[in-house]
Design a protein around this ligand. Sequence first.
Ligand SMILES: [Zn+2]
Length: 306
Amino acid sequence: MNTKNWLGALALCSVTLCHALEVKFEPVAPGVYAHIGDLGGRSADNEGLNANIGLVLTPQGAVLIDSGATFQSARRIHEAVRAVTAQPVRWVINTGGQDHRWLGNGYFAAQGAEVIAHANAAPDMRSRGGDQLAALRGTLGDKAAGTVPTLATRWIDANDSRIELGGVVFELRHRGGGHTPGDMMVWLPQTQVLFTGDIVYVQRLLGVLPVSHTRRWLEAFAVIEALAPARIVPGHGRVTDLPAAQAHTRDYLRALRAHMAQAVNRGDDISAAIRGFDGRPFEHLLNAAELMPGNASRTYLEIERE
Ligand SMILES: [Zn+2]
């Protein structure tokens, strides 16, 4: 890590990473809030809640966008909701199959909430839920206690869906995957706010997982450009706008895919292709040094299959 990155990490540590989990919903638009999670990896301090969570108030109850990584962090999220509204959490929308999007479902289901996710998230959650929880237990110890992987009870089938919750319109957008197979964005047409889930990362580098699909990820990103949201709540990083989302997420995915497509066409082997990628324009993003090699290798393998 160079000095600049190290100082950046230290500054971040003093603000967030090295303190106990604090969940706080900040206003984004009238009746719309976001908790901005830690930018670093999962830790006992952040209880695995290193992701953003959304909250939308309706006349008939609160809607939570993602439920947190564990039963106990879900309870912390619920306390933070209560600081904003006396309404019950009646609905939870999962924007993807990563642990911090859905492993808090059990807590909110026990409170009577209906949990909504895209149907393409179901096989991903079923196959990875146990491993996700085991990994969290390893990192969090007792703080993962009480967590039971709990699937949605209402599945969205279409790419574009419009649902009403408590009299408020939620438009759901899915493009066959991205970071995870069930990635689904939540568009609020009244307030022009978009919750992207893990389709957008700002300030920190995105992660390409074995279940990720970078071509569809970019197709989902094009949906954001067509919507031209007033405000974007990314999956990770501060509330943002389209130019920042393009610079920190779209441009990296495009550069990675273009480089790997060339490498595969030339017949370069995977290690030469990874070494040859110029990641310097994205080095300033947090976690870049750790994530770049894995992202590069998974993108190479994806393009080889295309
Ligand atoms: Zn995430």
